[in-house]
Design a protein around this ligand. Structure first.
Ligand code: PLP
Length: 345
C-alpha cells in the first residue's frame, strides 16, 4: 500500500480495502459481509436512482493516545439513521447491526486508520439505499446498507482556522415541514449549485435561514450553527435542521465547562450580538466563522449586511476551548466522563 501522509489529509472519497454490506430482503437483514469490490450492481429502475430513496450517516473512528481504537457515539448515528429510514419508508437497520458493520469496516481497513498524533481520524460513511425496481411512489421493504470509510483530516483544509460564510437570499435548504431534519441525500442535492456560487466568491460555507419566514438562523449546508455570547452557548431550535451529534455533544461539553446552553430560535439580527460563531459537525468538528455576509442574490454583487466575529483565519477563546475539549475526549487525552467513545475490539 502506498504511504499515506497523515498530516495532509483532507476530507475526500477514498478507495480503502473493504466495504461492509447487508441487504434487507424478505423481511430480514442478511449477515454483514465484507467485499473488496468497490461497485454496486443495481437495477436501473431501483428507487434510489429515480426518487432519491437514500440516506446516510457520518461518524468517526479514532486511535487514542493509549492505542485504543474507538468510534465516537455510534449509537446516536444508528438511532438517527433509523429515524431517517422511517421518514423515507425504508427498513430500519437495527442498532446492533449498524454498530457491528461500523466496527467491521474499521477492523478490515486498519491500515487506513490514522495513528495517534496527527489530528486525523477515520471517517465512516454508512449508506442506506432503496434498491427495489419500481415506478410507484410507495415504500418497498428492500434495501442495501453499506458502510465505507476514508482516512480524514480537516474538512476545510486546516485544523481550527476560521472561515467565512454567506447567507443566500435566493436559496433554501429545506422546506417547512419537509425533510430538513433527516439525513436524506436529497437535502444535499439542493446545496450543490449555491455551494459552487459561494465557493467561487471565496466563501467556505452557506448559512441557511428558516425557509418559511426567513427570520431565523437554521444551519450551514454541512453542519449546525452555534454562537457564543458571553458565557452562553446558543444554538438554533428549528424543526428543519439536522440534529447534529457533535452539537449535542458540544452542548454537554459547554455545560460541563460551566457555560449556559440555550437552544432556541435565533433571529438573524442576533448575529450582531455574538462574540464568536461557528459551524459544528463530525466532518467540520468546530469551524469558527470570521464573518458572515448576507447576500439578497447569491450570484449578485450586493452584500446587504456583514457580521464580523474574529479576524480572518484566527479563532476565539471559547471556540478554542470547546475544540480542545471535544477532540481531547475523542483522542483519549481527556476523561470520557459521558461514555461517548465506543471501543472497537
Ligand atoms: C446538514 C448537516 N447539519 C449538521 C451536521 C452535523 O451533524 P453531526 O454532528 O451528527 O455530524 C451535518 C453533518 O453530518 C450535516 O450534513
Amino acid at each position: 500500500m502506498s504511504q499515506i501522509d497523515w498530516d495532509s489529509l483532507g476530507f475526500d472519497a477514498y478507495r480503502t480495502r473493504t466495504v461492509v454490506l447487508s441487504r434487507f430482503q424478505n423481511g430480514q437483514w442478511s449477515p454483514a459481509e465484507t467485499t473488496e469490490t468497490f461497485s454496486f450492481t443495481l437495477d436501473p429502475f431501483a428507487q434510489v436512482f429515480h426518487y432519491a430513496i437514500s440516506c446516510f450517516e457520518g461518524l468517526k473512528a479514532f486511535t487514542q493516545k493509549d492505542g485504543r481504537i474507538v468510534i465516537f457515539r455510534p449509537d446516536e448515528n444508528a438511532a438517527r439513521m433509523q429515524r431517517t429510514a422511517r421518514y423515507l419508508g425504508m427498513p430500519e437497520p437495527p442498532a446492533d447491526l449498524f454498530i457491528r458493520m461500523c466496527e467491521l469496516c474499521v477492523k478490515n481497513n486498519l491500515e487506513f486508520l490514522p495513528p495517534y498524533g496527527h489530528g486525523a481520524s477515520m471517517y465512516l460513511r454508512p449508506l442506506l439505499m432503496g434498491v427495489h425496481p419500481q415506478m410507484q411512489l410507495v415504500p418497498y421493504p428492500e434495501a442495501v446498507l453499506a458502510v465505507m470509510c476514508a482516512p480524514a483530516g480537516s474538512y476545510y483544509g486546516a485544523h481550527l482556522k476560521s472561515s467565512s460564510a454567506v447567507i443566500p437570499g435566493d436559496y433554501d435548504r429545506a422546506a417547512p415541514k419537509g425533510s430538513g431534519s433527516y439525513k436524506v441525500g436529497a437535502n444535499y442535492a439542493a446545496t450543490f449549485k449555491p455551494y459552487k456560487i459561494a465557493h467561487d466568491q471565496g466563501y467556505t460555507e452557506l448559512l441557511y435561514l428558516n425557509s418559511g419566514t426567513r427570520e431565523f438562523v437554521d444551519e450551514f449546508g454541512s453542519s449546525n450553527f452555534f454562537g457564543i455570547k458571553g458565557n452562553k452557548y446558543v444554538t438554533p431550535l428549528s424543526d428543519s435542521v439536522l440534529p447534529s451529534i457533535t452539537n449535542k455533544s458540544l452542548q454537554q461539553v459547554a455545560a460541563d465547562l460551566g457555560m449556559e446552553v440555550e437552544k432556541r430560535p435565533i433571529p438573524v439580527e442576533e448575529l450582531a450580538e455574538f462574540d464568536e460563531a461557528g459551524a459544528c459537525g463530525t466532518a467540520v468538528v468546530i469551524t469558527p466563522m470570521s464573518h458572515i455576509d448576507l447576500k439578497p442574490v447569491l450570484a449578485g454583487e450586493e452584500v446587504a449586511c456583514t457580521w464580523r466575529f474574529v479576524p480572518d483565519g484566527s479563532v476565539g477563546p471559547v471556540c478554542t476551548k470547546l475544540y480542545r475539549q471535544i477532540t481531547g475526549i475523542q483522542f483519549g487525552e481527556l476523561e470520557d466522563v459521558h461514555g461517548w467513545c465506543h471501543e472497537v475490539r
